[in-house]
Design a protein around this ligand. Structure first.
Ligand code: SF4
Ligand code: SF4
Length: 505
């Protein structure tokens, strides 16, 4: 990252960010002015002579300053300069690649296996990735093959070292997973029958809630974590319509949720979570109000994916679904209530951690808090997870993917007709060839130390990846301004982030 970055907020306050010292400083227009001159600062003597009798110094674009003020800030500027404030910072090299043995290690210790139980669904959500808006294969009614799924399960468990503390999560996803309930039942029974091998297993399931009434007893008996997709109140949820008659699903789903809550109040408190897609018919405030007042919960938020959109429907998609306003941190009560679940609070905490020097997560960091020398290590470009380290996704047609969120064009392997094809070398090569296509962009990106983008969202398959989050110096400067604008709007937030946000992680 180049030198120091001056920025200002809408209230007119001036700040400086030193990438070398990793410090944010409340600044003065004169210091930012000197910083912008890049070494061409006039000596105090020359300025004194120029000021003459009026003792005023005229700064083009800034106005007049009295000589003593000018000299004071000039001294301060030299002081900061002496302590490296304006030196270029060290940015991580993003030319890294996956080592060849990583995939095997990951498979042996993966934390979650997600089964796409079926492609079939009883809803017809307008923004579904199987809708007309997306390039996707037609949704068929494939149901996952139980024998193949068990084979995969066995393979992964055979690679695992026995460790009584290591948990494995088995998750059921869809389509609507209850449309293939017998698969869920068979997997759970298989695991129970081989309990000695499967030490700590926990289950989770993601549902649209329509069939909850029928299957809730089974979920409670087996202590499933239950994730219910719901976008908020009736209006917010109106993109989620029934397949049979295209009517809203809200009322039916809400009735089912209320039943679960009434019948199993402890289970509901402990194991039920909500998944909410943000779009043009909801916003953070209404989402928070709905779930906190009705269920005493804060949902997990996601956005509608914009990758894989069909060109001719792109505009219609934007008009129909994309949020009209960027979220902002104002001093509303719900921001304090959501706290790190509010996207901008989370982003602020992350920027301070990655770009500042006051968050220490390991005692070693205290011994050497600032790495000002060039770090010889090579880091991976993007923020793509290491495949299978956290999770492995098996689709209903037997495809193997790193997760459930990415396009079907990125199949990494398969389990079909009892044949498992997971070739670690091929997967490593695929990832590394993708990384080689985007590393140049990531090495130029000012946000790379706080990147959250996945390689599979960058159009990497086209050979010319692009990234909607890429930040050049100007964009990064705007980003810092936005963050500090928000902190100025609600000045109790900074203290709370400092005191609580990092401990909450
Ligand atoms: S979206 Fe990308 S980074 Fe995220 S879990 Fe999936 S593969 Fe990993
Ligand atoms: S934000 Fe985009 S361009 Fe920047 S490092 Fe991440 S993936 Fe690369």
């Amino acid at each position: 990252m180049k030198a120091a970055i001056p920025f200002s907020t809408t209230t007119g306050h001036q700040y400086l960010y030193s990438s070398y010292n990793k410090q944010f400083l409340l600044s003065h227009p004169l210091i930012n002015y000197f910083a912008g001159l890049q070494g061409a600062v006039k000596s105090p003597e020359r300025i004194k002579n120029k000021a003459g009798k009026s003792q005023l110094v005229r700064i083009p674009g800034l106005g007049n300053y009295c000589l003593s003020e000018y000299q004071y800030y000039l001294k301060k500027f030299y002081f900061l300069k002496h302590y490296g404030f304006f030196k270029p910072g060290v940015q991580k090299n993003r030319d890294g690649v996956f080592p060849p043995n990583r995939i095997e290690q990951n498979l042996a210790q993966t934390k979650q296996i997600i089964f796409e139980t079926t492609e079939d669904c009883n809803l017809d959500c307008v923004y579904c990735t199987y809708s007309k808006f997306y390039f996707n294969k037609e949704r068929e009614r494939n149901k996952i093959n139980t024998g193949d799924a068990i084979q995969l399960l066995d393979l992964i468990l055979s690679k695992r070292r026995i460790n009584p503390d290591q948990e494995l999560a088995i998750s059921f996803y869809g389509g609507e997973p209850f449309k293939n309930f017998s698969f869920i039942e068979q997997i759970v029974n298989y695991i129970k029958a081989h309990k000695d091998r499967y030490l700590k297993i926990k289950y989770s399931l993601t549902t649209n809630g329509l069939l909850l009434r029928k299957y809730i007893n089974f979920l409670v008996e087996n202590d499933f974590e239950l994730a219910i997709s719901l976008d908020g109140d009736e209006f917010a949820n109106s993109f989620r319509i029934l397949k049979t008659n295209k009517k809203p699903s809200f009322e039916l789903v809400t009735r089912n949720i209320d039943m679960v809550r009434e019948k199993y109040p402890l289970y509901f408190d402990r194991r039920v979570i909500f998944l909410t897609v943000r779009h043009s018919r909801n916003n953070l405030k209404t989402i928070y109000e709905h779930f906190s007042s009705k269920y005493g919960k804060t949902p997990i938020l996601s956005s509608i994916t914009t990758t894989g959109l069909v060109g001719e429907f792109r505009e219609e998609f934007k008009e129909t679904f994309l949020e009209s306003q960027l979220p902002s941190v104002d001093n509303s009560w719900y921001v304090q209530e959501m706290f790190t679940k509010h996207p901008l609070v989370a982003e602020t905490a992350e920027i301070f951690e990655r770009f500042g020097n006051f968050v220490f997560r390991h005692p070693k960091q205290l011994l050497n808090p600032l790495k000002k020398q060039k770090d010889p290590r090579k880091y991976l470009p993007t923020a793509t997870c290491s495949p299978f380290d956290l999770r492995l996704y098996m689709s209903a047609d037997g495809g193997i993917y790193p997760c459930e969120h990415i396009s079907r064009i990125f199949e990494l392997g398969s389990v079909k007709g009892s044949k498992i094809d997971i070739d670690s070398n091929r997967i490593t090569e695929t990832y590394n060839s993708y990384f080689s296509r985007i590393k140049k962009l990531c090495n130029q990106c000012y946000l790379s130390d706080n990147c959250k983008e996945c390689i599979f969202n960058t159009g990497v398959e086209t050979g010319v990846p692009s990234c909607e989050f890429f930040m050049n110096k100007n964009k990064f400067t705007q980003h810092l301004s936005e963050i500090f604008n928000n902190l100025e709007k609600d000045n109790s937030l900074f203290a709370r982030i400092r005191d609580e946000a990092f401990l909450a992680k």
